[in-house]
Write a protein that binds this ligand. Structure first.
Ligand code: PGA
Length: 231
């Protein structure tokens, strides 16, 4: 059983979300599928997955439970509408919204305290990889983001150079980093970065790769079903 996680990012209205679920809900598979829609589509997706084994996650949250944080969503709000998981520390949040490892650490602790399982994204830039810094970057992210958090977490290794670029890390490169991560923190580790219907198998057949986090290819029911169906 592998984890197949869809990160829809800022895509799909409620109606488009429901139409997508209708297309994939009967796909026979032995994996655990987690769909992470935009906030406004979450409750519609929850209704659409009612009689399926598909699970629901959000793409972000604030660490505070309530207050003067215009435009933000709290863990208790997510929990109250049926979310089980939440993606935290995605590189797009770090890049466009200046999220730091310390802030991500606060969010992870708050998610766990409030009954959500965080899917925490880590990964190096191309420059860091080319300068042989991948291990240092991953260690630093783990030391700060995962400080004092409990084991109920999913880690997503997402090399920034592979996200949305069509340039995938090879399964061998991913295995190397997953082994490093697992040596530092005991949790399932999934890979994300331009995974598609034809490349998913190469990752999922590796024992140390516990699943995939899929962006672009999760928007199309046909390519996402291909990934879900992997043995
Ligand atoms: P991608 O996105 O599959 O489009 O590269 C993955 C992600 O950002 O989680």
């Amino acid at each position: 059983m592998k984890l197949i996680i869809a990160n829809w990012k800022m895509n799909k209205t409620p109606q488009e979300s429901v139409d997508f679920i209708d297309e994939i809900k009967d796909v026979k598979n032995s994996n655990k599928t987690i769909i992470c829609p935009p906030f406004v589509s979450i409750s519609y997706v929850l209704e659409a997955i009612k009689d399926t084994k598909i699970l629901l996650g959000a793409q972000n949250m604030h660490n505070e439970l309530k207050g003067a944080f215009t435009g933000e969503i709290s863990p208790t709000m997510l929990k109250s509408i049926g979310c089980k998981y939440v993606i935290l520390g995605h590189s797009e949040r770090r890049r466009h919204f200046n999220e730091t490892d310390d802030f991500i650490n606060l969010k992870i602790k708050s998610a766990q305290k409030n009954g959500l399982i965080p899917i925490v994204c880590l990964g190096e830039t191309l420059e860091e990889r080319n300068n042989n810094k991948t291990k240092d970057v991953i260690k630093k992210q783990i030391n700060t983001c995962l400080k004092d958090v409990d084991k109920n977490i999913i880690i997503a290794y997402e090399p920034i150079w592979a996200i949305g670029t069509g340039k995938q890390a090879s399964p061998e490169q991913v295995v190397e980093v997953h082994n490093l991560i697992k040596g530092l923190f005991d949790a399932p580790v999934v890979y994300g970065g331009s995974v598609n219907g034809s490349s998913a198998k190469g990752y999922l057949e590796k024992e140390v790769i516990d699943g995939v986090l899929v962006g672009g290819a999760s928007l199309d029911p046909k390519s996402f079903s291909e990934i879900m169906k992997q043995p």
